[in-house]
Structure formats: structure tokens, C-alpha cells
Design a protein around this ligand. Structure first.
Ligand code: CA
Length: 175
């Protein structure tokens, strides 16, 4: 039993977090999010430290995963989740009229048909007046909480299931 638990721990450590993250924050973590990610409802969120093109940001997010699923650019499903994302982006220093953060909404596959990169249903939008126009990728601006479509390099909001999503409790130790 103990041996099996050890194997699970090793798997979790190797699968969930890049070693560099563990190197920075030694200790044991018992649900719900890996270090640097913030829990909201049953999901964990993190703003990328670097500015990236939309599709590279999606790939970056997908580098984080646990047994409940992998991260994607964040989908946003209601005003409360939008408010949470805005607050997290603001706390990461994204502010002002030029302060935007990618979320996972794109119409790059079928022009005019927006879809979330995590495959969840499009149930809520918060476009700026006049948006979307001719961009393929969506960002939210904390200043007014609204969305616009565009291009370029931006910091991005990643979202992944928490460890105890579906009632599971997992533990990872480092250092
Ligand atoms: Ca488009």
C-alpha cells in the first residue's frame, strides 16, 4: 500500500509540475492547486509570466496537467468567472487601456464561429461594443472587464481542473 502510494506521488510530481516550479517552492501540497495557481470553484488559474502569441500560449498552458485533465487557455462561462479572471490578471499587474490577457476564445478554425480551446460550450460572452471584428483571438482587459478580438503577443490566462475535482484528494511533496 505504501509502495503504491509512493508510485502515485512520483507520477504526480513528474506529470503535474515542471521541475523548475518545484525547485522554487519546496514543501507538501494537498489539493487543490499546484504552486502559483489560484483556485476558483473547482478550477485552478494562472497568468503566464511571459507574453506569447495566442497559439503558443495555448501550448504553454497545455504543458500543465494532472489526472483530472490538462490546462488550456481559460474558458469563461459567466460574469462571476470573468470577474475572477479580471481580478487575477489585475493582481498580476495587467492594467490600463493597453493591458490585455488572452482567454481561450478563437474563431481561427471557422471565421466568425468562436469556440473555446478547452472544448467547453460557448455560454457567455462579454465583448466590447463593436467586437468581435476581424481578429481571430480573444483577450480580456481588466480595466473594463470586456473582450476584444485581435492578434499579437500577450500574457495569457491558463485554467486547469483542481486536484480534488470529482472528489479526489491528492498530495505532492517536493524538496
Ligand atoms: Ca476572426
Amino acid at each position: 500500500m505504501a509502495a503504491r502510494r509512493y508510485v502515485v506521488l512520483l507520477w504526480l510530481v513528474s506529470a503535474v509540475v515542471p521541475s523548475s516550479s518545484f525547485d522554487q517552492v519546496p514543501g507538501c501540497y494537498v489539493k487543490p492547486c499546484i504552486p502559483g495557481w489560484v483556485l476558483y470553484r473547482d478550477q485552478c488559474y494562472r497568468v503566464t509570466p511571459q507574453k506569447l502569441p495566442f497559439n503558443e500560449a495555448e501550448t504553454y498552458c497545455q504543458g500543465f496537467a494532472n489526472r483530472n485533465g490538462k490546462a488550456h487557455l481559460a474558458s469563461v462561462h459567466d460574469e462571476q468567472e470573468n470577474d475572477f479572471i479580471v481580478e487575477l490578471a489585475s493582481s498580476a499587474g495587467i492594467a490600463g487601456k493597453d493591458g490585455w490577457v488572452w482567454i481561450g476564445l478563437t474563431d481561427q478554425i471557422v471565421e466568425g464561429s468562436f469556440a473555446w480551446t478547452d472544448g467547453t460550450a460557448l455560454s457567455y460572452v462579454n465583448w466590447l461594443p463593436g467586437a468581435p471584428s476581424d481578429g481571430d483571438y480573444t483577450a480580456v482587459r481588466p480595466m473594463d472587464k470586456q473582450w476584444n478580438d485581435g492578434y499579437g503577443n500577450k500574457r495569457a490566462m491558463c485554467k486547469m481542473p483542481s486536484f480534488d475535482f470529482k472528489g479526489r484528494v491528492l498530495k505532492a511533496c517536493i524538496g
